[in-house]
Design a protein around this ligand. Structure first.
Ligand code: HEM
Length: 554
């Protein structure tokens, strides 16, 4: 009797399912099959990813939240936590894993592990952290990817040719001498924070070189534009470090969002205005056809080609009507290059993205680099003395004249100091990449979908590469001491296809600023390096600035 009931139940259930199955339309069935196979496929891939990531050394992770607790510390503690984890796990291997909610991260700080990522043309997509820059920078060179990045990089590369940089020398020197003047009021004071002075100077330089606009940040730090640059930087940073603000919906509910939008309006409004004015100016200059215009396709003597076959013409106007050399900003070069190259036409929005990217990438990075260099020189009087000697020799003891480009080029020891400062305190302390494909690093397969964080700050302090790594020793960068060093052991400007397009510009600018300051002042570091709290923000900055003392050189 019991067996019979069971038999009846079973056949009833079967018939019930058959009925449902045959009553489903073929379309619905296909959709269900697709969804089920997607879920199976997703789970299979996810299981593989988890298996591969978990082979990499790293702290144990909790379900769902991963290692979020480990880095849920005060804002000024985050950087030392991250570098601490890098020290604790996978020291020998040079990489460690971590989970932030569902997302896997690998932190890397060994040249052999960095090379496969940075040298590959496949792994050029930035990590999600760069997304929050997009409302301001759009998808300019820093944040773009794929075909757009390739074509933009091609258009922009000639704008950083040394011939073009030579034209910026006057701007570097003028703004450096404004800085020297501004510092006069600090002479012989017990201490002052040098960071904000340098930042305003580099902001002035980048505004003039990128847009040809004199914003006079050093004279008027309360200008609407200058304030907007600072405010948006700190809002973006705040958003990056607080995971609940990552969601657009939640961010829109905050008061920061309101200010963010106001800043964007000011910044974009300014850039568009300048672009429109420049376009009009170029158009009317062409119409005037004043014979100074040199077309890119002209085969006259003004067309210059570098050793790579790139056209590096001044593109137009060598002299204005008064025989004076006319300054060209990146903006002029972009507009002209965009008009001259077939298929490369850039709209106002395209140009705005690139100019804003230069404004962002080109001022904070350089200002941090200069400020750290000054602090390190201030803490090492013998090295500073060597720099004085080099500058005085090259400038023939003339401390009132600004150097030429070739004189700056000859300041080799100063360059070693700048490089050593960037080794110890790289302005960009971490480089993030979203891996779109699996990659073999050392003996590990790092699966697609992982975020790779290259921790330059730690890479530059590996004791087996840099003996006594925390010591400031510019001699490490004398040519004879670089022989045999791994090419990916020193990457303050990143490396490979997506390296910093502005690195020559930056080194030249740094030399101009530092040599101007050292022609007039002797620096003494007041802050001790070991007492500083480092913040790995958009750039590496000291929490409470860098305090130095200056005295006038006899
Ligand atoms: C000491 C100063 C500087 C340092 C240390 C520095 C460092 C870097 C680094 C590490 C990257 C790679 C970022 C990444 O892959 O996520 C980068 C990219 C970039 N930098 Fe710089 N930079 C400096 C100055 C400048 C200047 C002065 C400019 C422009 C005027 C500039 C423009 C750019 C641009 C446009 C990119 C994106 C390149 C691309 O993705 O193709 N940088 N920089």
């Amino acid at each position: 009797m019991i067996e019979k009931v069971a038999y009846i139940d079973h056949s009833l259930i079967m018939r019930y399912y058959e009925k449902i199955f045959f009553s489903i339309s073929p379309v619905t069935l296909a959709v269900i099959i697709m969804i089920v196979s997607w879920i199976i496929n997703y789970n299979r891939k996810r299981a593989r990813m988890v298996r591969l990531i978990n082979k990499i050394p790293g702290p144990p992770a909790l379900p769902l939240i991963g290692n979020a607790i480990e880095i849920n510390v005060e804002h000024d503690e985050v950087f030392s936590r991250l570098t601490g984890l890098r020290q604790l796990f996978g020291r020998k291997q040079g990489l460690n894993k971590g989970w932030l909610f569902g997302t896997p991260y690998v932190m890397i700080s060994k040249p052999e592990c960095v090379e496969p990522i940075l040298s590959s043309p496949k792994h050029i997509d930035k990590s999600d952290d760069y997304t929050y820059l997009q409302p301001w920078l759009g998808t300019g060179l820093l944040t773009s990817f794929g075909q757009k990045w390739h074509s933009r990089r091609k258009i922009l590369t000639p704008a950083f040719h040394f011939k073009i940089l030579e034209d910026f020398m006057d701007i570097f020197n003028e703004q450096s001498s404004v800085l020297v003047k501004k510092l006069e009021k600090e002479i012989d004071r017990d201490s002052f924070n040098v960071f904000p002075y340098v930042t305003l100077c580099t902001l002035d330089i980048v505004c003039e070189t990128a847009m040809g606009q004199h914003v006079n940040a050093q004279g008027d730090k309360d200008s609407e534009y200058v304030k907007a640059v600072y405010e948006i930087g700190s809002i973006i940073l705040n958003r990056q470090t607080k995971f609940w603000l990552h969601s657009d919906t939640i961010f829109r509910l905050t008061s920061d969002y309101h200010r963010h939008q106001e800043c964007i309006k000011i910044l974009h409004g300014f850039s568009y205005k300048v672009i429109r004015e420049k376009r009009d100016m170029i158009r009317s200059e062409r119409m005037n056809n004043n014979n100074n215009f040199v077309s890119k396709n002209n085969n006259n003597n003004n067309t210059k080609i570098d050793q790579n076959g790139n056209h590096v013409d001044k593109l137009y106007i060598e002299d204005d009507n008064f025989g004076k050399k006319k300054r060209l900003a990146f903006l002029d070069l972009l507009i002209t290059a965009s008009d001259a190259q077939k298929g490369a036409h850039l709209t106002d929005e395209d140009i705005r993205e690139e100019v804003d990217t230069f404004m962002f990438e080109g001022h904070d990075t350089t200002s941090a680099a200069v400020s750290w260099s000054l602090l390190l020189l201030g803490g090492n009087p013998k090295i500073q003395e060597r720099v004085f000697h080099e500058i005085d020799t090259i400038m023939c003891g003339d401390r009132d004249r600004a150097p030429t480009m070739s004189e700056l080029h000859d300041m080799k020891y100063l360059e070693c100091c700048i490089k050593e400062a960037l080794r110890l305190y790289p302005s960009v302390p971490m480089i993030g990449r979203h891996l779109k494909e699996d990659i073999k690093i050392d003996n590990y397969i790092v699966p697609a979908g992982t975020t790779a964080l290259i921790v330059t700050y730690m890479l530059h302090r590996r004791p087996e590469i840099y003996k006594n790594p925390d010591r400031f020793d510019p001699d490490r960068f004398l040519p004879e001491n670089c022989v045999g060093r791994h090419p990916f052991a020193y990457i303050p400007f990143s490396a490979g296809p997506r390296n910093c397009i502005g690195q020559k510009f930056a080194i030249l600018e740094e030399k101009a600023i530092i040599s101007a300051v050292l022609r007039k002042y002797r620096i003494e570091a007041v802050d001790r390096r070991e007492d500083l709290t480092l913040m790995g923000e958009l750039i590496l900055r000291p929490k409470d600035g860098l305090r130095v003392k200056i005295t006038k050189r006899e």
